[in-house]
Design a protein around this ligand. Structure first.
Ligand code: SAH
Length: 302
């Protein structure tokens, strides 16, 4: 891809401010659930103030690598599907949405008879982040020099404003399902089963670690509601790994470092199994080397 974006890690001064902000954010986000609205406002403030130390300024090369491999193993089944839905919660500037869309469209191109409806949904609670994502995705599409006839006609990238934890009630039922039905010229059945789980693939990068540890169980429950049972895949990039952090360096990212066990203890009891990982990738960006682990999960409640 030809496009390169200015990294938003900023100057030393800004990193100092960012560290302070991340510390403040950790305190705010650690409070009880009834401060949830305050936490959400805090994210918006961070985006408005350009205090986004987690933002790499581009998609991580690790994701392209994993998707490339995934389309030959964990995600190979998508070639058989007519409809495929992907979710990126806490999508931030949305670079990863474009990467996923590109890989899926290359898969669609793979089979000449592929008549498909692919939707890649980026969800964020901050309107400012979504505006940035909108701009970044348009630029990436304009500057893409690969021979893709018309990416937008093959993959629908949607940006949604909403709270991941309220997604079941407010968001899935009134947007993704509508889009899903629209593709078939159908209208919504008002009695639609509330438990319908629409996503075939969910990608979590710097979202789990952005949430207060008190919300981790709820994170897993929400993931479980959102994934397609039997076969839905979740790719987590576990970051930043607590054991591997250098105590002498400021934390550059969302505020809550993680352990592998933090994911396992909330996902496994709900029927999720690790199908690949946790493992390191040589494709991690330099500043995150040794701090992140790839882990593929499958949800199979049977
Ligand atoms: N994945 C992006 C952004 C990570 S920062 C990246 O790697 O760059 C975490 C993001 O989650 C922020 O953009 C924040 O606004 C968003 N977020 C935090 N809480 C959320 C919630 N409850 N629902 C949806 N998005 C949320």
């Amino acid at each position: 891809m030809a496009t390169r974006y200015t990294r938003s890690l900023g100057s030393t001064d800004k990193q100092g401010v960012a560290k302070e902000k991340v510390d403040t954010m950790r305190i705010i986000l650690s409070k009880d659930g009834n401060h949830h609205d305050q936490q959400i406002n805090e994210w918006e403030t961070l985006w408005q103030d350009n205090i986004t130390p987690w933002d790499l300024g581009e998609t991580t090369p690790l994701l392209s690598d994993e998707l490339h491999k995934g389309l030959h193993n964990h995600l190979s089944y998508i070639r058989k599907y007519r409809d495929y839905r992907v979710l990126v919660p806490g999508c931030g500037t949305g670079y990863d949405l474009f990467t996923i869309a590109k890989h899926i469209s290359s898969c669609a191109n793979y089979s000449p008879k592929f008549d498909s409806s692919f939707v890649v949904v980026g969800l964020d609670v901050s309107p400012t982040s979504l505006q940035k994502a909108d701009k970044a995705i348009r630029e990436m599409m304009d500057n893409d020099d690969n021979d893709i006839n018309d990416l937008s006609s093959q993959v629908d990238i949607q940006l949604k404003h909403g709270d991941f934890f309220k997604i079941q009630n407010e968001w899935v039922l009134y947007s993704t399902i509508d889009c899903f039905l629209q593709n078939r010229n159908e209208t919504r059945d008002e009695n639609l089963n509330q438990d319908w789980s629409p996503f075939d693939f969910i990608f979590d990068y710097t979202f789990f670690c952005a949430l207060s540890p008190k919300l981790r169980e709820k994170w897993a429950m929400t993931m479980t509601k959102l994934i397609k049972p039997q076969g839905g895949k979740l790719l987590t990039i576990m970051f930043p790994i607590l054991e591997n952090l250098d105590p002498n360096k400021p934390l550059r990212g969302p505020p809550f470092p993680v352990k592998v066990q933090d994911y396992k203890s909330v996902l496994e009891p709900l029927g999720w199994k690790v199908i690949d990982g946790p493992r390191v990738s040589e494709k991690s960006v330099e500043i995150r080397k040794h701090q992140e682990l790839i882990c593929w999960w499958e949800y199979d409640p049977s």
